[in-house]
Write a new protein. Structure first.
Length: 211
């Protein structure tokens, strides 16, 4: 089995939304200080690197992450490349000519090429694109940007469409090394009580025989 790790390395330099909490580790105990072990704590946004949003992130009465249905975050996933000019949304018309064959679709926009170097003009999805994917029986949409909506969108139009169609999202994945195709995705959120998101270790397994 070939494994594509689509998770950016989590460290202090990993980009977060302007004003959000970066990943900040603190060493609590250390061999170097005469302690008998190494112990670390950290501060971070829950939306660090590859992560999934719970509905409570974008809907007032939405579920929080500990009650996530894990089935959604494991299974057949189709990787699609749709390069768009910076800052624009992927629209329905960019998807219509692609045969959707899996209930999970991971979209590579290539508009956020270096997770360690934040760029504000990454691409998102349009309401039409989300609705189209929902009509194709897609349950989870993944994207290689920090959000399904462009950074300056306060209305969160695609998050709202995601909510309306009861889809789930996987954000911040890295797809540059992954050819288009169908893989077995594993991207499980941690059961953090009351949290609106969780970082995940997202991987794609290739050449798995699953039935
Ligand atoms: Zn998020």
């Amino acid at each position: 089995v070939k494994i594509y790790d689509i998770t950016p390395v989590i460290h202090k330099g990993l980009g977060v939304f302007p004003g959000d909490q970066i990943f900040e580790p603190t060493t609590v105990m250390d061999f170097k200080n005469g302690d008998n072990l190494l112990l670390t704590k950290f501060m971070t946004t829950t939306h660090i690197g590859a992560h999934v949003d719970a509905p409570s992130h974008y809907a007032r009465d939405g579920q929080s992450i500990e009650s996530a249905d894990l089935q959604i975050y494991m299974g057949a996933a189709q990787v699609i490349k749709i390069p768009r000019p910076q800052g624009l949304r992927v629209e329905k018309k960019h998807l219509e000519n692609i045969k959707i064959v899996a209930p999970r679709v991971l979209i590579q926009t290539n508009s956020f090429p270096n997770p360690d170097q934040w760029n504000a003009d990454f691409c998102g999805l349009s309401t039409g694109a989300v609705e189209y994917l929902a009509s194709q029986k897609v349950k989870l949409i993944g994207i290689d940007t920090p959000s399904m909506d462009p950074q300056d969108d306060k209305e969160l139009e695609s998050h709202n469409a995601i909510n309306k169609n009861d889809l789930r999202i996987l954000e911040g994945i890295v797809l540059n090394q992954v050819p288009e195709g169908v893989y077995f995705l594993i991207a499980l959120p941690l059961p953090i009580k009351g949290a609106e998101a969780s970082p995940v270790r997202a991987v794609l397994l290739d050449k798995v025989h699953f039935n």
